[in-house]
Design a protein around this ligand. Sequence first.
Ligand SMILES: *Cc1c(COP(=O)(O)O)cnc(C)c1O
Length: 513
Amino acid sequence: MVMRYLDTRDLDGSRPTFTEAVVKGIAHGGGLYVPERVPSVSLEDVLALAEIPYAERVARVFAWFEVDVEEARSLSLARAAYGDQWDDERIAPVEEVVPGMHVLELWHGPTSAFKDMALQCMPLYFSEAIEMQQRAGTLEDDFLILVATSGDTGKAALEGFADREHTRIAVFYPHGGVSEMQRKQMVTQRGTNVAVFGVRGNFDDCQAAVKAAFNDPDFNRRLHDSHRLALSSANSINWGRLLPQIVYYVSAYAEMVRQGGVVAGRPIDVCVPTGNFGNILGAYYARSMGVPIERLLCASNENNVLSDFIATGTYDVSERAFVTTPSPSMDILVSSNLERLLYHLAGPEAVRGWMRDLAEQKRFRVDRDTYRRMREFLVGDWVGNDESLEAIRRVHEETGYLMDPHTAVAWEVAERLRGENPVLVVSTAHWAKFGADVIRALMGLGHRDPLPPEHARLTPSALLEAVAKLAGSNAHVPAALAELDALPERFSTVVDAGREGVERAVQDWLSGA
Ligand SMILES: *Cc1c(COP(=O)(O)O)cnc(C)c1O
C-alpha cells in the first residue's frame, strides 16, 4: 500500500504520494499536506528500533508511513543521509543529565543544529522524487531551491542540497543581519550547485524579495526556457522535513527503555523548544502512532504567542511585536505547522475558518471542544532572555552539561512543568553554534550586555575555544566550527533588496556571469 496525503484546508484534492508531496511542498490553495491516516505501531515494534542502526530506524518508520520509494532504495537513501557526516554514530543520542531529565541531542550533524535531522535526509528523497517523475515523463525540469534565511536554515539547506542530483540551491541572507559565525558557515559552503548572496536589507526584505521572485511568472518562464529549472522552497512546512522528525521521537523512546530511563510501556513527557511548531509536531505524530508519550511541553522564548495560545485558546498576533532573543531560531510570530495539529483535532472546515481569521484579523480562536482536546496533552510556558542564560549557567554549574540557549529554554520549561513522568528535553543546537551568548551565560551576564573586550575581538572559531576553556573539561568545539576561520570564502556578492535584485543574482549565477 502507498500512503496518500490530504490537504489541511481540503481545497486540493490531488491526494499526492510521499514523493509527490515532497516535490509540491505546499497544497494548492495554501494548505499543508497531512497523511491520510497515521500508522499505529505496537510497543514491540517501537522497542525493536533500539536494536538496529539509526539509518535502519529511519527506513523502517518511513515504511510504516508507506512512502512510495522501494524499500531497499529507501534504506540506501537513509544510510546516505545518516552516515559519517555525523559526529556520533548514534545520530540522535539520549543522555540522562539528572535523574528523570533526559536530553535528546539533535545536533550531531554537519551544521551542529537540529535542522540537519531533516535537511540531511529530505534533499535525497527530493532528488529521488524528481528522478522518478522525470522517468515517468510527468516532469521535465530540474529544481532550483530558493531560500531566504535569518541564519541557521540557510546553512543546513546548503549542506543538505550540496551536490544533490537534479537540484540547485541559492540562499539569500540579510547582509550585516546574521552573526559572523553564521555568515562564515554559509559563504564557505562547498558544492558545485550552490550559491549564497547577501541582501541589502533585513530578513523581512530577504523573504519578501524571494517570495516576489517565486510569484513572478516571467521569471519562472525564463528559468524554464533557458535553464530547464522550476522553483521550489523546501521550507519547514514541507512534509519531507516532518517525516524525519517523527523518527527520532520513536527512536528516543526505544533508547530510553534500553538505557533504563523508563519502564517499557510507561509514559514519558517531551519538552520541545518551539518556533514554527515542526519539531514538536514530530512528537505529536509519534504519540498518535502509539509511542507512550503523555504530554507535549511546548517551550517558547519571549516571542510567546504559542504559550499564550495554549493558555487561552486564542492565537493573536494582531498587536505583537517581534522580540530578538538569544534563541533566534525560535523568534517567530506565525507558527505555520500548528495548522497540521489543528487539522487533526478539528478537521478541514474549522481550519479553513481559522486560517481565514488569521489572514484577515491576525487572530483566531478555537472552539471549546477542540481546546479541551488539545489541553489533554499539550501544555506550554515561556522563558525570558536572561532567564534562559541563567539556566545555561546553573545547569552547567550543577551538572557539567553545557546547553545552547534554545535547549536552555526547553530545560527551564521542563523543570517548571515536570510531573511524575521522565521528561525528554529536546536539544536543538550545539552550544558552540551560539558561543557569544553561552559565554555571557557562563560569566553571569545578560543577553544585552556587551562581551568583555578580550572576547569581543576574537574571530568566531577563537571565541569558541575561549568558551570551551571557560566551560572546562568536556566542552569541545565541533570540527566544522573550529576550522571555519581557515576556510576560504567562496561567495561575496551582495545584491539590492527587492525582486529584481534576487532575480538578477540568480540569472547571473546560472549563466556563469
Ligand atoms: C528551527 C529551530 C528551532 C525551532 O524548531 P521548529 O520546528 O521551528 O519549532 C529550535 N531550535 C533550533 C536551534 C532551531 O534551529
